[in-house]
Design a protein around this ligand. Sequence first.
Ligand code: NAD
Length: 451
Amino acid sequence: MSFLSCGRQSGTADEGVELQRDGNLSESARPNTQHASLFENVITQFNKAADLMRLDPSIRKILSRTSHEIVVNFPVRMSGGGIEMFTGYRVQHNDSLGPFKGGLRFHPKVDLDEVRALASWMTWKCALAGIPFGGAKGGIQFDPTGYSLADLERITRRFAFALGHYIGPEYDIPAPDVNTNAQIMAWILDTYLSMVEPKHRNNSIHVVTGKPIVSGGSFGRDKATGQGVVYNILKWAEENNRPIKGLTFTVQGFGNVGSWAARLLVQLGAKLIAVEDISGGTRNLKGLKPEDVLSFTSARRSLAKYSGGQFVDHIMFLKTKADVFIPAALERQITADTADWLDVSLVAEAANGPTDPAGDAILQDRGIDIIPDILCNAGGVVVSYFEWLQNKRRESWELEKVDARLQATMHKAYDRVRDVAGEHNTDRRTAAYIVALTRLEKVYTERGIFP
Ligand code: NAD
């Protein structure tokens, strides 16, 4: 029987897939040909920098692959008595600079490709910030909004148990990401501690960062990613002679990162004029109050119905004229389809991977500046490093010390990226990769590759 006569027309536009006579997907008509996978986007960015800096070919081979990919399918007895199966992931990309480090995401779209990409970005981010961590990322593929707090705890603890000793305070250290927070970290910590020998419990609390303060968390970790975004925007504003007072900005995603960035910028005199989250968008050219927006969205009410602004749909939101756009939601928001709509001077990438390579090229052609994700949102992992250090040294730093050290780290990274962009006559994303890859290359060159 011919594979082409199987009752459905092959290669129809809506399927976007074509079967060859041997039943394999033809090379030219694979699904997603027009949309590369997220990890392919990382490799495109990586290759551009590796070509320009002439990265050693062996090191290039190593860094373009992940070290370990852990997939766990685990059952959870829910509070109603029934059993549900979940799939969780932890991808460890590289640990040549230190223990694997990276967040955990709870989202229905989490999959191996996404986690691979996010883990690789963590490697570059830590290397760029100059902190002694490698890169990892993980998550569970489910929608946490459909579950009670009691069931969320069961799912989280069972996942931590399934990961077992694939995580550890000197080996692989998770942190919050999309739909996870300090409470989730506290449950993971408690579950992990119940699995280690009693004598090691008190020197293992740095197995996760982003914990609640009383459980060993750091002052300033909750706002750290947003704070880092703000330090970057302030550097850009200074470089471009743009006063922060009156600077207009829009934010996509009003969770941990987006809402903190907005609150801190408004405190400095900038004006938040549009916000979009999963529930809709709102705009007010006279200025939105971030605290009001936050308390409205915290009650899980649709932002489209917020009375402090006018409803905007996705396209209207993206077309809003402002000085700065802060994507702080999910990846692949600025693409060939949307990049032309932006009417801003700067895209400050608070999210991971919000701009794909096609979108990136359009922004560059249009002269829109970009602070790339691995620089812009590094504040979170930098303060996670401070939390990890405090736990190891049994110290608790004042918020002022955390902020001062974060600011110094972000400024150093920002300046280095600007300088390297100038030296190589390239864009800042590629420059950020070059800074990170240079550090990684040095480590491999010094240590060699065994055997
Ligand atoms: P969060 O779960 O606290 O908030 C996510 C926000 O995005 C929510 O407001 C949600 O409504 C919104 N959102 C989700 N899908 C959307 C869509 N399709 N359109 C518009 N809005 C949408 O997550 P977070 O921790 O703030 O993380 C946001 C981004 O920042 C992610 O890309 C994450 O990887 C990155 N990041 C987070 C940290 C951190 O410390 N939490 C650190 C570095 C990078």
